[in-house]
Design a protein around this ligand. Structure first.
Ligand code: FAD
Length: 317
């Protein structure tokens, strides 16, 4: 079922989770163990992130370095199918521009349809680890909006080979990313919002936001979107704080700010357990306020902390 159908049929705020594919070499059981405690909350959908290949340099026996391509977390599409099969829940694979030619993208979308997947979250992806700025694959898409147009085309039965006749129209429900604190490359918020609006005009059905820790930033973003005519559902993305290190890692990695009340409380903690308590309470308060404000879905980045997220969701019931 489509994310937008879940939202349309809901009487209250829904819950959804986001997980990463296991590291290469690990089995899928670890992921099931991660999801098991979360399934009692009947999430409407589960997102699975996409991780592109990286170039790394490996030292060879003769002391030289060899450039090799590795992919740490493969399997997004098949993990979506496995989760659907095991838990009977809808899944949302993330699909990125980076590393994909338009032909690779078409093949990936066809595979997703064959697997019975109704949703995709369309993203550009970040620069590869060895690049300073995002570089599209030769013949690939530069922006999420370009990738989105390809998905929208397939939904209209338009494939890359235009001589195909009587083509099947896919019916993907398409989500895109939004940034309450602005995407780090955008020169200003207004420009970023205009590009977000362009994604919606190209066919995006809903927006999921980057994580934020200050609800005021989400509410201001939501209002700014509505003011420029974006009417699709806007789903807040939420993440737990559980280590002191996150105080420096999160702002650097995601170009977001942590409110001083939160950072002060974390700094005063004597142990990791104390940080988890502070993080759980913060996330619960954020979730309660967002739910009260009537957001359509609370989307949790569970990343390694399913039990913390479970405690928060339990606190909402
Ligand atoms: P875009 O919408 O293409 O925007 C990128 C930048 O270009 C922005 O600054 C925007 O303002 C600007 N821009 C957009 N269109 C144009 C245009 N036509 N001309 C000029 N400038 C333009 N990354 C992964 O690799 N895998 C994942 O699974 C993943 N999941 C994510 C989930 C969520 C909810 C979020 C918020 C992010 C996720 N990311 C993921 C990270 C994402 O790929 C990066 O944030 C990336 O840098 C931007 O992606 P985007 O889709 O927002 O890009």
């Amino acid at each position: 079922m489509k994310v937008t159908d879940h939202i349309a049929q809901a009487k209250d705020t829904l819950i959804s989770f986001e997980v990463l594919p296991p590291l290469k070499g690990k089995g899928i059981e670890a992921l099931y163990k991660h999801l098991d405690p979360l399934m009692e909350f009947k999430p409407s959908f589960i997102n699975v992130t996409y991780h592109r290949s990286e170039h790394v340099f490996k030292k060879t026996a003769d002391g030289n370095f060899q450039k090799v391509v590795i992919r740490k977390r493969p399997g997004t599409e098949s993990i979506c199918a496995a989760i659907m099969n095991k838990y009977n829940v809808d899944t949302v694979p993330h699909l990125i521009c980076g590393g994909f030619s338009i032909n690779d993208t078409e093949d990936a979308l066809i595979n997703l349809r064959y697997l019975g997947i109704d949703n995709v979250l369309v993203l550009r992806g970040d620069a590869a680890k060895n690049e300073t700025a995002f570089e599209p694959e030769p013949g690939g898409h530069k922006y999420a909006s370009d990738l989105l147009k390809q998905v929208a085309n397939l939904n209209a039965g338009i494939y890359l080979e235009d001589e195909l006749k009587g083509t099947h129209k896919t019916e993907f429900c398409i989500g895109v990313a939004g940034y309450p604190e602005k995407h780090f490359e955008a020169p200003n918020m207004d420009t970023d919002l205009q590009y977000l609006k362009a994604k919606v005009e190209a066919g995006a059905d809903y927006i999921i936001t980057q994580m934020f820790f200050d609800n005021a930033k989400f509410f201001a973003f939501e209002k700014a979107c509505r003011d420029i005519g974006i009417t699709v559902p806007i789903i807040p993305g939420l993440k737990p704080i559980y280590t002191r290190k996150q105080l420096t890692v999160l702002p650097k990695t995601f170009s977001i700010e942590l409110p001083s009340d939160l950072s002060t409380a974390v700094m005063q903690c004597k142990s990791d357990e104390d940080v988890e308590k502070v993080g759980t309470e913060w996330l619960l308060n954020q979730s309660r306020e967002l739910k009260k404000a009537g957001v359509p879905v609370l989307h949790y980045y569970t990343l390694g902390r399913p039990l913390m997220v479970a405690e928060v969701v339990k606190g909402l019931l």
